[in-house]
Design a protein around this ligand. Sequence first.
Ligand code: MET
Ligand SMILES: [Zn+2]
Length: 790
Amino acid sequence: MTTQSTPFPAATILGYPRIGPRRELKRALEDHWAGRTDEAAFEASAAQVRRAAVTRLRDLGLTEPAAVPLDFAHYDQVLDVVLALGALPARLATDPEVAPLLTEVDGATVQPLPLAVEWALARGTTAQGPLEMTKWFDSNYHYLVPEIGPDTPLAYRGSRRADHVREAAALGVAGRPVLVGPVTFLLLAKAAADAPAGFDPLDRLDDVVAGYAALLADLRAAGAEWVQLDEPALVSDSWARTTAELASAVGYAYAALAAAQERPAIFVAAPYGTLPGEALEALAGAGVEAVGVDLVKGELPDGEAPDLGALTLVAGVVDGHNVWRTDLDAAAERAAALAALGAGATTVSTSTSLLHVPHTVADEAGAPLLPERVAGWLAFADEKVAEVLAIAAGADGAPDAFAAARTALADRAGAPGVVRPEVRARAAALTPSSFTREPYAVRRAAQEAVLDLPALPTTTIGSFPQTAELRRARAALRRGELTEQGYEDAMRAEVASVIALQEELGLDVLVHGEPERNDMVQYFAEQLDGFAVTQQGWVQSYGSRCTRPSILWGDVARPAPITVPWATYAASLTSAPVKGMLTGPVTILAWSFVRDDLPLGDTATQVGLALRDEVADLEAAGIGVIQVDEPALRELLPLRRADQDAYLAWAVAAFRLATSGVAVRTQVHTHLCYSEFEEVFGAIDALDADVTSVEAARSRMSLLPAVAAAGFERGIGPGVWDIHSPRVPSEEEVTELLRLALESVGERSLWVNPDCGLKTRGYAETTAALQALVGAARRVRAEIGATTAV
Ligand code: MET
Ligand SMILES: [Zn+2]
């Protein structure tokens, strides 16, 4: 047992953005991957990003020992555990590019695995795909999914975290290393492809715990007084194991870790929701020294208050997952309520890592699309550090901070645009008919008559390649080197060439190509009332990828048509039908920072209404096919089963509100990508779109039999080209996929399209792949002797 000498800091954060205030890590990674820098240069850049973060946090006031989290990952925090335990799936461990890099563990000296192994796992090798990537809890961050089987190595091989502890110490900072905890690591893993049926990665808990025990000893030897192990899995009940089983697994795992001779004091954090009382009790009983609970997204642990003894409870009262300034009075009250549970001590932190928010509001000075008044309501990572310190100091200790927070809060509540009576009244007046179209059979007949499409109609998902030229035009506009008119002319020329290309290729339903959109959400946010856009507000999405979420601060309305001029211009150039293209309400919310002063479902209704206006204007302008993309439909799915139905109900309602105001002859499409289609199939069906396109190429149409079995009768376009890879499919391959699809989908319902938009692809591949797609559709039409379809 450790003799805990350093108390847990009174104020801390669970983690800090890793990408760097100017996305330095992104650049370092991409330069290195492109071969522009060697490993040493990359390591030096990464170290610079880390050291800058550590000194920044110290300078912001996290001066207590163990107050600065050391959570730096080159690529991903789950991948870091895979590396620390050498948990490579056999398919990668035996890959000729990887095998020579794996030395035997000799027990005495541990050496973190070389960078090249990390890139092989994250990005794949010539022969092997990377680890699968998926969403991290209910956030927009994506982690790499470990593949664990009965024989996957799980022995400690060394971790860079130990070096990070020494590196911080050299800067005079006693940092607190942060890692994903053992139970969450195994729950996030999937069974390796060669594992026997029924194998569950959690079966390997003993081995993983042994690996972590060695890791903790290493961290202690490096000088760490505390370690943070993140166990967000505990707040979710969407696992194959019950809450009671999880509580017993953590109790078991942490009792073993706590019993180790040489270790730092253990802080277990449970962000993203409510920590069940059983889990808290298990952790307290296991002998860990501190437990963090999320009191923003979650509630106080439920059930009878367990005997907490000397345990420190860490109150996550500053929202790590959103950008609003904290109501410091309310936060202090929540921390006090936690203290009332009778722990040895109660301290203050963020609710989650600050990984999900940008670095600092100070970088937004002069942001053209962020009103100064709105900026005054925001707190990004650095501002949230100040907030945890203020709450720890209390209203008496930090009177100015509390007063400033009260002023900002009052200003926000009363500012024009936050509550717009006309928007609220319109939402309140909705009736069931606002959400319902005529029966599908009626729509189908009307659409067949006006659209006159062949069987297996071909189309694309919306975007065409975003060429360097388009990006240059956007940059020139931003710098004032191109006039609005000049920019618009350039975009119209692009639309004309995209239409000409599609006609030449012989596609059936055309698109304008979305050249004018910088991003499928931000583009709409820039033109809707109620949204602001940052200039430096980047957050990591995965690896080197960042997004810049818009900020939804007020009631939403559409002051003027957004996409209508583009769609009608495109339609004027062709006699083929042109599909109008909109981003759906749920996706707009999922990829923005949303307000915390209105239920999300109400905000979704407002966005749905704004889009309904756009849909109506498109229809009135003669656009007969309208696609409303909802790739993020599943992203906001609550972690607790009891909350999921209510979410899906408002998510579906918002889509239907946007799309159900049109005539029967207008064909509504929707598009979803990402693989968890099956999980929310009922909701997708309930969207009641006339045509639904989904990602399906990589899985070779595997979702279709279930779709057919569920009696789905409307149009469906399973992707036949995996646009995430530069590989161009042959006409033969696409033909095969279409034949496969026809085993489940009727010939009158099957559409032919790529998996997703083409904005990341080049023109050479796009042209070749679409040729294959059109050719394959024609072949299969001839095979089945079909002529007409929807
Ligand atoms: C992530 S879904 C993208 C849909 C959008 N219409 C596009 O084609 O790019
Ligand atoms: Zn997509």
